[in-house]
Design a protein around this ligand. Structure first.
Ligand SMILES: *[C@@H]1O[C@H](CO)[C@@H](O)[C@H](O)[C@H]1NC(C)=O
Ligand SMILES: *[C@@H]1O[C@H](CO)[C@@H](O)[C@H](O)[C@H]1NC(C)=O
Ligand SMILES: *[C@@H]1O[C@H](CO)[C@@H](O)[C@H](O)[C@H]1NC(C)=O
Ligand SMILES: *[C@@H]1O[C@H](CO)[C@@H](O)[C@H](O)[C@H]1NC(C)=O
Length: 447
C-alpha cells in the first residue's frame, strides 16, 4: 500500500569529487558516477540496482547477500529454544524508563542535510532532527552487521550517560515482500529459497542482539505484511505468499523473543484496517499469529501508521476519511483493542507520528508517496494520553524518499506522481532534500 524507504539512502553531499565515498555515502548504483571506493572502516555494500552504500565495518558480504548464508537454514538453528524458558519479559510498557536510542546513521543523514541549507534558522531546526530517534530499518541482510555497531554505540552511551537505552529497529525482509504493490523492493523471493533465506536473516539479527544484552531492543515486525493478508488475498502474489509470510513471521517472533526483543506487529493504519468491516478479521489474524508464537510476552502489541500521515487525534475528520468512523489512529486503536483483547491478545500499541504534523493534505486516503505539505509530527514520547498506547514514535526516517516520480524508472509507482505527491522525487530510499526541508519547516509542533 505504501512504499518504504530503504535505509540505504544517503545525502550526496559527498558528490564533491572525492576518490573515496564517506562512511554511509553512496558508492554505486545505476547512473552513479561518483566514487566507488569507500572510506577506511567501511565497505561498499550492494543494496539494490540503484544503490550501493559505504557501511561501517567489514561487511559480511558485499554482493549477493543471499548466497553468503552460513548458518544452517533448517529449523535446527543453534539459537532456537523455547522463549519462555530462557527469558522473562518485563511487565508493562517497555519504553518506560528508557531513552530511545537515536541512530547515528540517521543523525549523519540529517547533519549532512542541515549543512546544505543556507537559511540559518531553518538549518538550525533541521540539525535538531538528528537528536530525535527514528527506527532503523533492516530491509536487507547485508545491513544486519551494522546493527552490532548501533548496539555497541547504545551500550556505550548507556554506560556513559546512565540513561537506559532502547534501540528501535524494523524487521523488514520477507520473501515476496510488499505483495500488493506493483513493484516489490524485497531481495528474497519465495520461489528462490526465500523462506530459508529469511530465517537466516533472522538468525543473523539474533546473533547480533545476543552480543549486547545490556541494552533493550524494540522491533516493528514486517510493515504491511499481515495487513495485506487481511485485505489483499485477492491479489495473487499475496495469496501465494500467505503461508510463507505466516511461517516467517512466526519464526521471527520466536527467535527474537529468545534475545528479549520487545515486538509490535505492524497493523496498517486507520484508513486500512480501521474500516469497521476489517477490525474483526484483523483481530483474528493478529491473535492467531500471537498465539501460534506461544503468546510470547515479548509480543507487546501492534504498531500503527508506520510511514503514513494520519493524525493520532485529528481535530476534525479529514474529508478523505468520509465513511469511516475511525478517521484517526486513536479511534482506530480504541476500536480494535476491545476486539483483539477479547480474542485473546492483550495488545498495546505504538503509533508512528513522524510525518503526521500537518493534516488534510491528501487527495485520497490511500495516497502514500511523498505527500506534499507534510510536516514532522509529535515527537517520540511515552506521554501518549491513552493507556492503550505505549509510545508515540517515529518509525519512518523523515527525509528518505518514498518512491521516484520518474515514470521511466523500473521502480516507478503512479502514486508518486499524483497531484498531492512532491515532484520531482528521486528513487525510493534515497535522500530527498527538498522533502526533508518541508518536513522541517512544516513541523507541528514546531522544531
Ligand atoms: C544540496 O541539495 C540540493 C537539492 O537537493 C542538491 O542539488 C545539491 O547538490 C546539494 N548540495 C550538496 C553540497 O549536497
Ligand atoms: C559507534 O560504534 C563504532 C564501532 O564500535 C564506533 O567506531 C563509532 O565511533 C561509534 N559512534 C558513535 C556515534 O558512538
Ligand atoms: C489492498 O487492500 C487495500 C485495503 O482494502 C485496498 O485499498 C487496496 O486497493 C488493496 N491493494 C490491491 C493491490 O488490491
Ligand atoms: C528517469 O529514468 C530513466 C530510466 O531509468 C533514466 O534514464 C532517466 O535519466 C531518468 N530521468 C530523470 C530526470 O532522472
Amino acid at each position: 500500500m505504501f512504499k518504504f524507504a530503504s535505509l540505504l539512502a544517503f545525502v550526496t553531499l559527498a558528490s564533491s569529487v572525492a576518490a573515496q565515498a564517506p562512511i554511509y555515502g553512496q558508492c554505486g548504483g545505476q547512473g552513479w558516477s561518483g566514487a566507488t571506493a569507500c572510506a577506511a572502516g567501511s565497505v561498499c555494500t550492494y543494496s539494490n540496482d540503484y544503490y550501493s552504500q559505504c557501511l561501517p565495518g567489514a561487511a559480511s558480504s558485499t554482493t549477493a547477500p543471499a548466497s553468503t548464508v552460513s548458518v544452517p537454514t533448517s529449523t535446527a538453528s543453534g539459537t532456537s529454544s523455547a522463549p519462555s524458558s530462557t527469558s522473562t519479559a518485563a511487565a508493562g510498557n517497555p519504553f518506560e524508563g528508557y531513552e530511545i536510542f537515536a541512530s547515528p546513521y540517521y543523525a549523519a543523514e540529517v547533519a549532512a542535510a542541515a549543512a546544505n541549507i543556507t537559511d540559518s534558522t531553518l538549518a538550525g531546526k533541521a540539525a535538531s532532527v538528528a537528536n530525535i530517534p527514528t527506527f532503523t530499518w533492516f530491509d536487507q541482510v547485508a545491513k544486519v552487521p551494522t546493527l552490532g555497531t548501533y548496539l555497541a554505540n547504545a551500550t556505550a552511551l548507556q554506560t556513559s550517560s546512565g540513561s537506559k537505552q532502547i534501540v528501535p529497529i524494523v524487521v523488514y525482509d520477507l520473501p515476496d515482500r510488499d505483495c500488493a504493490a506493483s513493484a516489490s523492493n524485497g531481495e528474497f523471493s519465495i520461489a528462490d529459497n526465500g523462506e530459508a533465506n529469511y530465517k537466516d536473516y533472522i538468525d543473523q539479527l539474533v546473533a547480533q542482539i545476543k552480543q549486547y544484552p545490556d541494552v533493550r531492543v524494540v522491533a516493528v515486525i514486517e510493515p504491511d505484511s499481515l495487513a495485506n493478508l487481511v485485505t489483499n488475498l485477492s491479489v495473487e502474489k499475496c495469496a501465494n505468499a500467505q503461508t510463507t509470510y505466516l511461517a516467517c513471521v512466526n519464526y521471527a517472533i520466536e527467535q527474537l523473543a529468545t534475545v528479549n526483543v520487545y515486538m509490535y506487529l505492524d497493523a496498517g493504519h486507520a484508513g486500512w484496517l480501521g474500516w469497521p468491516a476489517n477490525l474483526s478479521p484483523a483481530a483474528t489474524l493478529f491473535t492467531q499469529v500471537y498465539q501460534n508464537a506461544g503468546s510470547s510476552p515479548f509480543v507487546r502489541g501492534l504498531a500503527t501508521n508506520v510511514a503514513n500521515y494520519n493524525a493520532l487525534v485529528a481535530a476534525s475528520p479529514d474529508p478523505i476519511t468520509q465513511g469511516n468512523p475511525n478517521y484517526d489512529e486513536s479511534l482506530y486503536i480504541n476500536a480494535l483493542a476491545p476486539v483483539i483483547h477479547s480474542a485473546g491478545f492483550p495488545a498495546q500499541f505504538i503509533v508512528d507520528q513522524g510525518r503526521a504534523g500537518v493534516q488534510n493534505i491528501r487527495a485520497a486516503w490511500g495516497d502514500w508517496c511523498n505527500v506534499k505539505g507534510a510536516g514532522f509530527g509529535t515527537q517520540p514520547t511515552t506521554d501518549t494520553g491513552d493507556s492503550l498506547i505505549d509510545a508515540i514514535v517515529w518509525v519512518k526516517p523523515g527525509g528518505e524518499c518514498d518512491g521516484t516520480s520518474n515514470s521511466s524508472s523500473p521502480r516507478y509507482d503512479p502514486h508518486c506522481s499524483l497531484s498531492d505527491a512532491t515532484i520531482p522525487a528521486p528513487e525510493a530510499g534515497t535522500w530527498f532534500q527538498t522533502y526533508f526541508e518541508t518536513l522541517v519547516s512544516a513541523a507541528n509542533p514546531a522544531l
